[in-house]
Design a protein around this ligand. Sequence first.
Ligand SMILES: N[C@@H](CCC(=O)N[C@@H](CS)C(=O)NCC(=O)O)C(=O)O
Ligand code: FES
Length: 112
Amino acid sequence: METIDKIKQQISENPIILYMKGSPKLPNCGFSSQASQALMSCGEPFAYVDILLNPDIRAELPAYANWPTFPQLWVDGELIGGCDIIIEMFQRGELQPLITETAAKYNEADAE
Ligand SMILES: N[C@@H](CCC(=O)N[C@@H](CS)C(=O)NCC(=O)O)C(=O)O
Ligand code: FES
């Protein structure tokens, strides 16, 4: 599959997905570590892609996203932002409701 199609599929199939360096359990960069920790603290499962293991995605996602760096958090098909934005939303109490509501929306859809 073309990289761009892979990216589109990942974003459409996973309501909460973090593109990061390393994994949430073993992040490979401080920015990815902070972002995944904030996201984990919201208590909902989320998908992730380790871009260090996927150099094609690392190369192509920034142009598609119009966002130059990693991590990248995508929720419900839309780019939320990188580490700074994730931490800011977390500190303002905005991350938790976004994640909770998104998880609830898709759990509901699954149950139908
Ligand atoms: N201020 C950025 C910090 C992230 C950042 O600077 N990431 C760099 C270093 S990890 C990056 O992704 N560079 C491109 C690359 O490594 O492919 C944010 O809010 O996410
Ligand atoms: S890998 Fe060096 S700052 Fe992220």
